[in-house]
Write a protein that binds this ligand. Structure first.
Ligand SMILES: [Zn+2]
Ligand SMILES: [Zn+2]
Length: 270
């Protein structure tokens, strides 16, 4: 009897050693799994609730056990489905075949899909839906909704949304002009190599908008934008250089003027 017990204990301990329990426990909360829980493409299993939480905090979106990519979430699937409809419409629009204002209910389905995904917190859906409300694509123009959606996507680090949010403050659309707030969002986008954000930061340094006027900083931002082939940066660099030459000339002239005035004073006082 004693021998049988020892055999059972050994068998169980071997099972633990080979990870039989691993397959039954959620790798996040270590609670027992049941049949309704999610199985990842890598065949590791995890509670659906724990998977949802993991998506929110796991920046790399990988399996916690083997680091294989996680499958797309429901919101990502909705966004992608909407994006494939939108892309086809966009290329038809670019070729002048359709107008955004006369889309059928079926064609407008991308708005419904993105609305659900945006509500569930998908930053890409929030940004693209914001763009639709900003430019009136498939919906009536609504700048308030666009601004709100750009804010939501920007808070989640969406680069294009951050640039567009910066533009709202830079141009004073719906909000008061606030160059400091604008440059905060432009910086976040520019750090992720957003060309137009880099270019506009350069212009802010030229004009002293939200930052102290600084031509060398301006040129440095504009050069990094130019290196990506941005034509606006090339033009602005030319203008900045002309402005620097003009300012240097004016400084030299005023120095000469004050020198001659002093000399004249001394001459007349003799
Ligand atoms: Zn769990
Ligand atoms: Zn895995």
């Amino acid at each position: 009897m004693k021998n049988i017990l020892i055999s059972i204990i050994l068998l169980l301990s071997n099972s633990f050693a080979y990870g039989v329990t691993d397959a039954l426990e959620c790798p996040i909360c270590l609670d027992t799994l049941d049949n309704s829980d999610s199985e990842l493409p890598c065949s590791h299993r995890i509670h659906s609730f724990c998977l949802e939480q993991l998506r929110k905090i796991n920046v790399n979106q990988v399996c916690p056990v083997c680091r294989d990519p996680l499958p797309p979430s429901m919101e990502e699937k909705l966004f992608e489905e909407g994006f494939s409809i939108y892309s086809k419409l966009k290329s038809s629009f670019d070729q002048g075949e359709i107008s955004w204002t006369t889309l059928s209910k079926e064609q407008k389905r991308f708005i419904d899909l993105w609305s659900i995904a945006a509500f569930k917190g998908n930053p890409s859906a929030q940004y693209y839906l914001g763009l639709c409300y900003k430019d009136g694509r498939g919906v009536e123009i609504n700048s308030i909704k666009a601004l709100e959606l750009f804010r939501l996507a920007s808070a989640q680090g969406h680069t294009e949304a951050q640039f567009n949010l910066g533009l709202f403050y830079y141009e004073g659309k719906l909000v008061s002009v606030d160059f400091c707030e604008a440059i905060k969002w432009f910086y976040l986008a520019a750090e992720k190599n957003h060309e137009e954000a880099q270019c506009i930061i350069g212009i802010c340094y030229v004009n002293g908008q939200g930052v102290t006027q600084n031509f060398s900083q301006a040129l440095s931002w504009l050069y990094s934008c130019q290196s990506q082939g941005n034509s606006k940066a090339i033009l602005t660099i030319g203008e900045v250089k002309k402005r620097i030459i003009k300012i240097k000339r004016q400084r030299r002239l005023s120095l000469w003027r004050s020198f001659f005035m002093r000399e004249e004073k001394i001459f007349h006082s003799r």
